[in-house]
Design a protein around this ligand. Structure first.
Ligand SMILES: C[S@@+](CC[C@H](N)C(=O)[O-])C[C@H]1O[C@@H](n2cnc3c(N)ncnc32)[C@H](O)[C@@H]1O
Length: 356
């Protein structure tokens, strides 16, 4: 299999079914109800959403697919990613996905005089019954974009662990108007499990080395829990939080796949969709969807990150052997991977009790 290092959008596409399975339904439903309440209370005609580190648009697609945006309110959803390749893939794949899912998609860039990616220029519109979502895709540093204006909702999926939360959170939250919402699903929270164990390297040693590396590189290996405490320091409140662990394994039935965490088997709209998040199953004994590829990327990313880190105590030889053994486990469908993550929904400058 070719290296994925040069094809990050492909990794993000492979990640989609893992995320969809992991997403915390209770937190997602709370987000939907908060948005609905706000659009009623404030008589809004438009909702401005900023998707930070949007990648190829996986989180935005889910918010559309799961009817999280309120009906009867126009939504402008700005996707921002610092990598050009991700933004290009989002521009191509998101409308493709929407059309395939049966939504009406209109190209707004045609004849508007603006070039794709100009600030404030939605590029396409997705219409889903009474929901209209105008999508803008920008290549930019999210921390610069948040300075440009006020947003009703910030969405940052698998994003916050890349930064020092103490520094990043005040900057990001300053982009929200009072009562504004922030939704940070799939926020890494300090759990990296590869099973079964190998005799090359004790799992706990690998995990500690990897998390130390994240923290040394300017990220936060326990971003999820730090977000829970950090929001209150920033005059914000946690409206809902729950686990969204990635659990990837081969073989067996995919029980309640796509139903998310907290044991609720219903979609946001109350439908029971059964099956895997993308309609595939692993009953043939392999990994579902593109998750073998996802796992290879994860193994290589961990091994490369530690091999390139001069401060890591693990030798290049040990890491090469570890990578080889994990790939062998993947080849025979033996490798299990779990990452502990949290979904957190916060609100700036307003408190409101848990609804559910
Ligand atoms: C782990 S990926 C998650 C992508 C996407 N949110 C998802 O879950 O599929 C993190 C993304 O953040 C982007 N990123 C990192 N730093 C950024 C910054 N300062 N501004 C905007 N995007 C950034 C990366 O290019 C990458 O696409």
């Amino acid at each position: 299999m070719p290296s994925l290092k040069s094809d990050y959008p492909r990794y993000l596409a492979a990640k989609r079914s893992v995320d969809d399975r992991a997403i915390n339904e209770r937190v997602l439903r709370r987000l939907a109800s908060e948005l609905r309440e706000r659009s009623r209370d404030r008589d809004r005609s438009r909702l401005h959403v900023l998707n930070l580190g949007a990648g190829i648009g996986g989180a935005a697609a889910r918010l559309i697919e799961r009817d999280v945006f309120p009906a009867g309110v126009g939504v402008t959803c700005t996707l921002v990613d610092v990598r050009e390749a991700n933004a290009a893939a989002a521009r191509e794949r998101l409308p493709e996905w929407a059309r395939a899912a049966g939504y009406d998609v209109t190209d707004l860039a045609d004849g508007s005089g603006g070039s794709a990616g100009d600030p404030g220029d939605p590029e396409f519109r997705v219409e889903a019954e009474s929901r209209t979502i105008d999508v803008e895709v920008r290549v930019a540093d999210a921390f610069q974009v948040v300075e440009e204006g006020e947003w009703d909702l910030l969405v940052g999926q698998a994003f916050l662990d890349l930064f020092d939360l103490d520094e990043a959170l005040p900057d990001l939250l300053s982009a929200l108007e009072p009562g504004g919402l922030c939704y940070f699903p799939i926020t890494f929270d300090g759990g990296t499990v590869f099973e079964p164990a190998t005799d090359v390297l004790a799992p706990a040693d690998l995990e500690r080395a990897f998390h130390d590396h994240i923290d040394r590189s300017g990220g936060d290996s326990r971003a999820g829990r730090h977000l829970l405490t950090g929001l209150s320091r920033e005059d914000a409140s946690v409206l809902a939080a729950g686990s969204s662990d990635w659990v990837v394994h081969a073989h067996g039935e995919h029980e309640a796949e796509g139903s998310g965490n907290d044991g609720d088997a219903r979609d946001i709209d109350g439908a029971d969709d059964g099956g895997t998040a993308d309609g595939t199953d692993a009953s043939d004994g392999g990994y579902p969807a593109d998750e073998e590829l996802f796992l290879r990327f994860i193994v290589d990313t961990v091994a490369d990150a530690l091999a390139d880190d001069a401060e890591s105590e693990l030798t290049t030889k040990t890491l090469a052997e570890w990578r080889e053994r994990r790939h062998e486990q993947l080849d025979i469908g033996e490798l299990v991977y779990i990452a502990h993550q949290l979904d957190v929904l916060g609100c700036v400058g307003e408190t409101s009790p848990e609804l559910d």
